[in-house]
Design a protein around this ligand. Structure first.
Ligand SMILES: [Zn+2]
Length: 383
């Protein structure tokens, strides 16, 4: 059976004692990450090679002897940072990401724990349990904590794999990863849409819709800029400076939430209204490396839109097709297929086809072409 991994995020309401333990666990998790990052760096300097994550995991019991307070927290939360570090190294080598950074209170306010199953006296136990009826989650060491979210969901169908407990300011959240069975249904499409991802408008669809990028005009960006200027004027070490820092942090958090909601709203609608969704196979990494484009991309969550569309389509039995990135979608007339090479200039927003005379909106025309290319892919898949 095919399965799919779904994440469910709940607001967590720990009591004071539980809060203390969560904060302590986050601290231990960060300590482990930084300790093994430092070890890797030093080892590499000395010998030219560094230990693998499995060798490092074997060192944890010894580390717990040297620092007994590590024993007070969930043991899974101590192993996971070692794997996270391995992943950070992997991304550094394979995807040209930055070198792994040491974690501090600004980055690294979470810990991950795994669901461990066991049988005792013929009874099955799981270390993470979610009771959606009574709105609680049971987590290792913390025991029962009230949660809020997914009001209409009564039960998880599938296996809980892990949970990430996160602190954001004074609020706590838990993301539960569930492996759910994917019920395969016959695919009988009735609707198709082509998407052109833009800069001024976030998404332009072949249904003649333009979805504005509300992130660009959000006042919050101005606020962040203003606060950053104020911060630069502040004296180092002053109380005021700390206050402004906190305000900046909160503003960024708000921006992150606006962004998340915007992406979900847009993608939900697209996936709900269409059976086949077609988009360009953008090389997002290359776009960020092109200076002229990269400066516009700060507030455009292209990679995130792509990722969310991918999993929602899989989830809802829809098809997402990607059109070859070298296909000149904005140059071809969607009415007569004449290719207008003059259109390479991005500033031309509308044009008249020299062959058939149709007047095109640049982006709508591109999205229609993308839709047709997707239709071709679908037709080919039927043969
Ligand atoms: Zn034409």
């Amino acid at each position: 059976m095919t399965t799919i991994l779904n994440g469910y995020q709940f607001r967590l309401y720990p009591n004071n004692e539980q809060k203390k333990l969560i904060n302590q666990t986050i601290g231990c998790s960060r300590f482990i990450y930084n300790h093994f990052l430092e070890e890797r760096i030093n080892e590499y300097k000395k010998t030219g090679i560094s230990k693998t994550c499995y060798e490092q995991i074997k060192e944890i019991p010894q580390l717990c002897k040297s620092y007994p307070w590590l024993k007070e927290v969930d043991s899974c939360s101590l192993r996971n940072p070692v794997f996270d570090l391995e992943n950070a190294y992997h991304r550094y080598f394979s995807q040209n990401n930055g070198f792994p950074k040491f974690k501090n209170k600004d980055i690294g306010n979470s810990y991950k724990t795994n669901n461990i199953k066991s049988t005792y006296k013929d009874k099955n136990y799981e270390s993470i349990r979610v009771d959606l009826k009574n709105r609680t989650i049971t987590l290792p060491k913390l025991k029962e904590v009230p949660i809020r979210g997914y009001r209409n969901k009564e039960v998880f169908v599938g296996n809980i794999k892990s949970a990430v407990i996160r602190r954001e300011g004074l609020k706590y959240y838990v993301s539960v990863l569930v492996e759910e069975p994917l019920i395969e249904q016959p695919f009988q499409p009735r609707s198709i849409v082509g998407l052109d991802l833009g800069i001024k408008d976030l998404i332009i669809t072949s249904h003649n819709e333009k979805i504005e990028n509300t992130l660009e005009c959000a006042n919050i960006n101005k606020r962040i800029k203003g606060l950053q200027k104020a911060l630069a004027r502040c004296q180092k070490g002053s109380k005021n400076r700390e206050k402004i820092k906190l305000k900046i942090k909160r503003a960024y958090m708000k921006l992150k939430n606006i962004r998340k909601h915007l992406i979900h709203d847009i993608t939900n609608k697209i996936v709900k209204d269409n059976d086949i969704i077609v988009m360009e196979d953008l090389d997002i990494k290359a776009m960020y490396q092109t200076k002229s484009i990269a400066k516009h991309l700060v507030n455009i969550p292209l990679a995130e839109i792509k990722r969310v569309l991918e999993y929602k389509c899989l989830w809802k039995n829809k098809k997402l097709y990607k059109v070859n990135r070298y296909y000149p979608s904005s140059q071809v007339c969607s009415v007569c297929e004449y290719q207008n090479k003059k259109l390479k200039d991005l500033s031309i927003r509308s044009w008249e086809c020299p062959k058939c005379g149709y007047i095109h909106d640049r982006d709508i025309n591109a999205s229609i072409n993308i839709m047709f290319e997707g239709l071709k892919i679908y037709m080919q898949s039927l043969i």
